[in-house]
Ligand binder design. Structure first.
Ligand SMILES: [Mg+2]
Length: 236
């Protein structure tokens, strides 16, 4: 095999995720519209709060909901009601209970590749939520390794590969985020396959896509991955 380890991002690479955030954000916009705030301003204010909170709370639904509460308190000057805060907490409970919906071609592709190579799942987010989604996805048996991490940067990828005794050039990462899945892997000498999702959280877009050098591929959907791997194999 050309690679000793193939790793996948989870959210918006294997299953739909950003759609859920986007639906929840519409509910949040509706709540704040009664205080006279437009959707764009709400999105902007929430994003600012989220960025400020990343170092404190990290990624995932709990962090997102805390940022909503903080934003609504700030924007309403403390006039938000306790029952509205409860509504926001309920948004979070709905989110963690949502169905896990796989992207097209995921099941077949993952099963196919799992036969040939050890597969790893590398994801950020809340531990409990990500474990639950993986359980519900039906994909658990295809992955030999599961890594739920607080951040995906070059240092974390390098440490993870060292721990698993995999050389970066023998590692391939597949994901929908240039910032988290592609650029940090390419930067340490790994290979990466970028498969954009139709919705991307602004934070994951805050990169210069021209930063990447060699070892970067782009596909339209995951179903094209086995063919790309065969091609790389032949070239090797
Ligand atoms: Mg993702």
């Amino acid at each position: 095999m050309r690679f000793d380890l193939i790793a996948f991002d989870a959210d918006d690479t294997l299953w739909h995720n950003e759609t859920l955030y986007s639906l929840t954000q519409e509910k949040f916009q509706a709540l704040l519209s009664s205080y006279g705030f437009g959707p764009e301003q709400v999105d902007q204010e929430l994003y600012t709060t989220e960025m400020g909170n990343l170092p404190f709370f990290g990624y995932g639904i709990k962090s997102y909901i805390l940022s909503m509460i903080e934003t609504v308190v700030r924007l309403t000057g403390g006039r938000v009601t306790a029952s509205e805060i409860q509504q926001i907490v309920d948004f979070a409970k709905e989110m963690v209970q949502a169905e896990v919906e796989l992207l097209e071609n995921v099941q077949d592709t993952v099963a196919k590749l799992a036969d040939k190579s050890p597969l790893m799942l590398i994801t950020k987010g809340d531990l409990l939520d990500q474990e639950r989604k993986l359980d519900r996805s039906g994909l658990l048996d295809s992955f030999q390794y599961i890594e739920i991490v607080s951040e995906k940067d070059s240092a974390r990828y390098a440490a993870l590969l060292a721990r698993h005794r995999v050389e970066p050039e023998r590692f391939l990462m597949v994901g929908n985020s240039l910032r988290s899945d592609i650029l940090p892997v390419v930067a340490i000498g790994g290979q990466a396959v970028y498969i954009p999702y139709h919705l991307t959280w602004a934070h994951e877009n805050e990169v210069d896509p021209d930063q990447h050098g060699k070892g970067y591929y782009e596909l339209e959907h995951i179903g094209q991955l086995p063919e790309l791997l065969e091609k790389l194999e032949r070239e090797a």
